[in-house]
Design a protein around this ligand. Structure first.
Ligand SMILES: Cc1cc2nc3c(=O)[nH]c(=O)nc-3n(C[C@H](O)[C@H](O)[C@H](O)COP(=O)(O)OP(=O)(O)OC[C@H]3O[C@@H](n4cnc5c(N)ncnc54)[C@H](O)[C@@H]3O)c2cc1C
Length: 404
C-alpha cells in the first residue's frame, strides 16, 4: 500500500497551498467587508471574481471533474487532498476554484446526462464560472430524505412541461448569478414502480412562474457566500420538452448518480474544516493563560487535541480508501464506504469544531473567529445529502444481508 501522493497531486497541492496563503485567507476579511457594502448581500463580492480569475490562470480550476473533456481529469484519489485544502476556507476556496456545491453536482449531471444543446447552453458557462446553478429536490411538505415522496408535478402539455410545486433549502438560489435550476418532480405519479415516477427538468431562473420566495437560515446564518438556501415556488412554470434531463422516469437514478461524488466531496472538505479548527484550537491554547498556566497545559485540553488528531487521521484514511474504491470499482462498488464516510465525517468533525469553540471561550461563538460558522456548516451535513440515520439504515441492511 502506497500512501504517497503522485507527482501531479504533489504539484497541485503545493500550488494550492500557496494560493490559499497568498490569496484566499487574506480575502476572507475582504469578502466580508465588501459584502456589507453590496447593494444586495446575495451579490458576489468583487474579491471572489478576482480569486476565480487568479485560480483559473494558475490551472486550479474545475479540479473536481474527473471527465478530462470538461474538467481537470483528476481521479477521486488525486482530488481528495486538494478538496481537503479548500475545506480550510469553505466559504471562499471551493467557489474560487469553481469546485463548489451544488454547481459541481449539477455540472456532473449535465456532463453525464445533458444533451448537446443543454451542455452548450448551461454546462459551458458553468464550467467557465460565468453563472451558478441550483438543484431543487427537497420539499417542506414531505419527508424528502425519501425521494419517492417528492410531490412537485412536472406535467406534459403538448411540447411543454408545466412545473407546479414548492421546494426549500435550495442552495445557491438566492444568488442572482444562479441562472438555472435542475428541478426534480413527478412526470408519472401513478407508475407502479415508485422509482420511475420522477424526472428532472432544467428550469431557467427567469421562467415566468418561478418565485424565489425567501432565504432559509442555518442557525441564524444566511450563508451569503453559498448563495443562501432558498424557498422556491413553481407556479405552473412552463419549459420546452427539450429541457428534460436524460429520459422521462429517470430522475431518481440521476439523483442517485449525483449524490455519490457530492458526498465524498463534502467529506473531503469537512476534513479541511477539522484541520482548520485544530490549528485554531492549538494557537489559542498556547496563547492564553488561565489560573497560572497556558490553557495548552491543561490535561483536558491536551486530551481534546490528541483525540482530534487521531480522529482526523482515521477519517482521512477512510475517505482516501473510498476515493480509491470509486476510482477502481466505481461509485456503486464503493457504496458502503461512501455511506460510512457520510455517517462518520460530519459528526466527528462537528465534535472537533465544538472542542475548538470551547477552547476559545466566548470568542468561539463570536463572529471574530470562523468556528461558529464552521460548526453550523458541519452540522447541516448530518442532514443534507441524506441524514445520518438513512445511511445507517441502508448500511446496516447491507451488513445484515451477509447473514440472512
Ligand atoms: C444547509 C442545507 C442545504 C441544503 N441544500 C439542498 C439543496 O441544494 N437542494 C435540495 O434539494 N435539498 C437541499 N437540502 C435539503 C436536504 O437534502 C434535506 O433536508 C434532507 O434530504 C432531509 O430531508 P428532510 O429535511 O425532508 O427530512 P425528513 O426526510 O423529514 O427526515 C427527518 C429526519 O427523520 C429521520 N429519518 C428519516 N428517514 C429515516 C430512516 N429511514 N431511519 C431513521 N430515521 C430516519 C432522520 O433523523 C431525518 O433527519 C439542504 C439542507 C440543508 C440543511
Amino acid at each position: 500500500m502506497d500512501f504517497a501522493f503522485d507527482a501531479r497531486t504533489q504539484e497541485l497541492r503545493a500550488k494550492l497551498l500557496t494560493f490559499m496563503e497568498q490569496y484566499v485567507y487574506p480575502a476572507e476579511t475582504t469578502a466580508h467587508e465588501q459584502r456589507l457594502r453590496l447593494k444586495s448581500p446575495w451579490d458576489t463580492p468583487a474579491v471572489v471574481e478576482e480569486l476565480k480569475a487568479e485560480a483559473r490562470s494558475q490551472g486550479l480550476w474545475n479540479l473536481f471533474l474527473p471527465d478530462a473533456e470538461h474538467g481537470a481529469g483528476l481521479s477521486n484519489l488525486q482530488y481528495a487532498p486538494l478538496a481537503e485544502i479548500t475545506g480550510r476556507s469553505p466559504h471562499l476556496a471551493p467557489t474560487a476554484l469553481n469546485c463548489a456545491a451544488p454547481d459541481t453536482g449539477n455540472m456532473e449531471v449535465l456532463a453525464q446526462f445533458g444533451s448537446d444543446e443543454q451542455q452548450k447552453r448551461w454546462l459551458e458557462p458553468l464550467l467557465a464560472g460565468e453563472i451558478r446553478s441550483a438543484f431543487a429536490m427537497t420539499e417542506p411538505e414531505v419527508a424528502s430524505s425519501d425521494a419517492t415522496n417528492i410531490e412537485t408535478r412536472i406535467a406534459k402539455e403538448g411540447d411543454e412541461y408545466v412545473i407546479t410545486g414548492r421546494k426549500w433549502y435550495i442552495s445557491g438560489a438566492m444568488n442572482p448569478d444562479c441562472k438555472i435550476f435542475i428541478v426534480m418532480g413527478k412526470t408519472d405519479p401513478d407508475n407502479a414502480d415508485v422509482r420511475r415516477q420522477q424526472s428532472m427538468v432544467l428550469v431557467p431562473r427567469d421562467t415566468p412562474g418561478v418565485e424565489v420566495r425567501r432565504a432559509m437560515q442555518v442557525y441564524g446564518y444566511e450563508d451569503h457566500s453559498h448563495g443562501g438556501h432558498a424557498e422556491v415556488v413553481f407556479h405552473g412554470a412552463r419549459v420546452p420538452v427539450e429541457n428534460l434531463v436524460g429520459e422521462e422516469g429517470g430522475g431518481f437514478a440521476i439523483a442517485q448518480a449525483r449524490l455519490g461524488p457530492g458526498r465524498i466531496h463534502h467529506c473531503m472538505r469537512l476534513i479541511g474544516m477539522a484541520e482548520r479548527a485544530i490549528e485554531l484550537m492549538c494557537r489559542r491554547a498556547v496563547a492564553r493563560t488561565a489560573f497560572g498556566k497556558p490553557i495548552a497545559q491543561q490535561g483536558v485540553v491536551q486530551e481534546w487535541i490528541a483525540d482530534a488528531r487521531v480522529a482526523v487521521e482515521q477519517l482521512r484514511l477512510l475517505v482516501l480508501k473510498t476515493a480509491w474504491l470509486m476510482d477502481t470499482v466505481g461509485n456503486r462498488g464503493a457504496h458502503t464506504e461512501i455511506q460510512a464516510i457520510k455517517i462518520a465525517t460530519p459528526r466527528t468533525v462537528l465534535d472537533i469544531i465544538d472542542k475548538a469553540v470551547q477552547v476559545h471561550g466566548a470568542g468561539g461563538v463570536s463572529q471574530d473567529f470562523p468556528l461558529a460558522e464552521l460548526w453550523a456548516a458541519a452540522r447541516t451535513l448530518r442532514i443534507a445529502d441524506g441524514p445520518d440515520e438513512v445511511h445507517q439504515r441502508s448500511l446496516a441492511r447491507r451488513e445484515l444481508k451477509k447473514y440472512l
